[in-house]
Design a protein around this ligand. Structure first.
Ligand code: NAD
Length: 489
């Protein structure tokens, strides 16, 4: 099938048109099930386990013949740069498509998701010819050296909240290291992954290096994680599915697993913080991308001396955001609809649970407007540690604010979670901010800011938020096998 859509502005006018189907060995082919996943705006092929087999065969052949160690690093890097350039040349179309598919605002998709995706590919293009081992001399006659070899065919499974950016975070390091890929986008948001396939071909990647299989997690995702010829699976998504994937890997060929999972990130605001700045950052922390962000600062801890004034200022600020909920394509929109009915229902369920468990609904808590999956930015206060809205990842625009007395108290409360993805600390006392940053159990800690992500800096979770790191030099370890060669002169 061909997907075609005319964007009429106001931010970009133009037509997007591309083939759909699984992208295997450089061609679009119909899904083996013969069925389709129905979107409001599109039908996409529903793949199955047989499609994963085809994709793995294509990826293996490409690995053995034209990729892996057959292509020098600088040549792999050149292709990654060309792909980044093509993404940048088509930034408005890709951002429009991402907003249409996911519901995020065009502005965020344009200025964050797509731009950062291209930056990530450029960053790993730079690494492609710098992946090498060490020489280790053990005596006058003996030495060893290490090789960082690609793993081979890798499986990648990504979520719907940043469909295009997660694709780039996965492709960049895996390709730079010389692996070939079988990737499954989320069944809710597959359109930008399909559009990028034509750019992958145009950039000159040999057929079979990147293969995309569409479909559901229980079928295509499971087939990837159980596949005997896939030596590595990299997953971004919920902690529950991460657990399933790890079991599947253990029960099949013991493939290597990298997991980027959920979070319930604390934002800690001390009495001496710049409160106006902390309010803006904390609101960005929880409401950016409609709260559908793995590192969302969904628990805000405020020291008792500024608790009341913080809540007053935070509420006033969030009220201004609440008027900016609406059409993702309108230039002033801050928050579009949640991604799906399932997510909408889930978030509303959490809001009800907050009310029934005795938290104070301070602001929002209702559907915005009369149709669609729009939810008002929501604030709960008077929360207790045991409440579901304090413990569980809501993945929506719902923030909870709690009070703390001193450093010990807040470190204990902030770390009282099974998650450990991110955290933030706001204080003018740099020494204290850094000391608390070191005590928080999180893979990323922001000081006097939130949601800063950069291709150069690793990202990933402590505790049940994940295994391994994406981004930066650290992500290369996900996609290489280290071989030691001993030599006796
Ligand atoms: P999800 O876990 O439901 O799905 C993620 C992907 O896994 C989808 O492609 C889905 O089809 C697939 N999947 C589902 N069941 C599967 C199975 N049994 N076997 C194999 N694959 C399966 O997550 P979601 O709802 O798409 O995304 C939201 C979650 O992702 C949140 O928990 C969020 O915190 C997390 N997330 C984490 C990061 C990070 O970097 N840590 C980034 C983005 C999202």
């Amino acid at each position: 099938k061909t997907f075609s859509y005319e964007f009429t502005g106001p931010q970009w006018k133009g037509k997007t048109e591309f083939k759909t189907g699984n992208f295997i060995n450089g061609e679009f082919v119909p899904g083996g099930s013969g069925k389709f996943i129905e979107y409001v705006i599109a039908q996409i092929s529903e793949g199955n386990a047989a499609d994963v087999d085809l994709a793995v065969d294509a990826a293996q052949k490409a690995y053995d013949t034209v990729w892996g160690l057959k292509t020098p690093g600088f040549a792999r890097g050149k292709l990654l740069i060309r792909l980044a350039e093509l993404i940048e040349e088509n930034v408005d179309e890709l951002a429009s498509l991402e907003a249409l598919d996911n519901g995020k605002t065009f502005a965020a998709a344009r200025n964050f998701d797509v731009v950062e995706a291209a930056a990530c590919l450029r960053y790993y293009a730079g690494w492609a010819d710098k992946i090498h081992g060490k020489v280790i001399e053990t005596s006058e006659e003996k030495f060893g050296y290490t090789r960082h070899e690609p793993i081979g065919v890798v499986g990648q499974i990504i979520p719907w909240n940043f469909p295009f950016l997660m694709l780039a975070w996965k492709l960049g390091p895996a390709l730079a290291c010389g692996n070939t890929i079988v990737l499954k986008p989320s069944e809710f948001t597959s359109l930008t992954a399909l559009r990028v396939c034509t750019l992958i071909s145009a950039a000159g990647f040999p057929p079979g290096v990147i293969n995309i299989v569409l479909g559901y997690g229980q079928t295509v995702g499971a087939a990837i994680s159980e596949h005997m010829k896939i030596e590595k699976v990299a997953f971004t998504g919920s902690t529950a599915v991460g657990r399933t994937i790890m079991k599947a890997a253990a029960g099949s060929n013991l493939k290597k697993v990298t997991l980027e999972l959920g979070g319930k990130s604390p934002n800690v605001v001390f009495n001496d913080a710049d409160v106006d700045q902390a309010v803006k950052w904390a609101a960005h922390g929880i409401y950016f991308n409609h709260g559908q962000t793995c590192c969302a600062g969904s628990r805000i801890y405020v020291q008792s001396g500024i608790y009341d004034s913080f809540i007053e200022k935070f509420t006033a600020h969030v009220k201004t955001l609440s008027t900016l909920v609406g059409d993702p394509f309108h230039p002033s929109t801050f928050q579009g609809p949640q991604v799906s009915q399932i997510q909408y229902d889930r978030i509303m369920h959490y809001i009800e649970s907050g009310k029934s468990q005795g938290a104070t609904l301070h602001l929002g808590g209702e559907r915005h407007g009369t149709e669609g999956y729009f939810i008002q930015p929501t604030v709960f206060t008077d929360v207790e540690p045991h409440m579901k809205i304090v413990q569980e990842e809501i993945f929506g625009p719902v923030g909870v604010i709690a009070k703390f007395e001193d450093e010990e108290d807040v470190v204990r409360q902030a770390n009282d979670t099974m998650y450990g993805l991110a955290a933030a600390v706001f204080s003018r006392d740099v020494g204290r901010a850094i000391s608390v940053a070191h005590r928080l159990q999180a893979g990323t800690v922001w000081v006097n800011c939130v949601n800063m992500l950069n291709s150069q800096i690793p990202f990933g979770g402590f505790k049940q938020s994940g295994i391994g790191r994406e981004l930066g030099e650290y992500a290369l370890a996900n996609y290489t096998n280290v071989k030691a060669v001993h030599v006796n002169i």
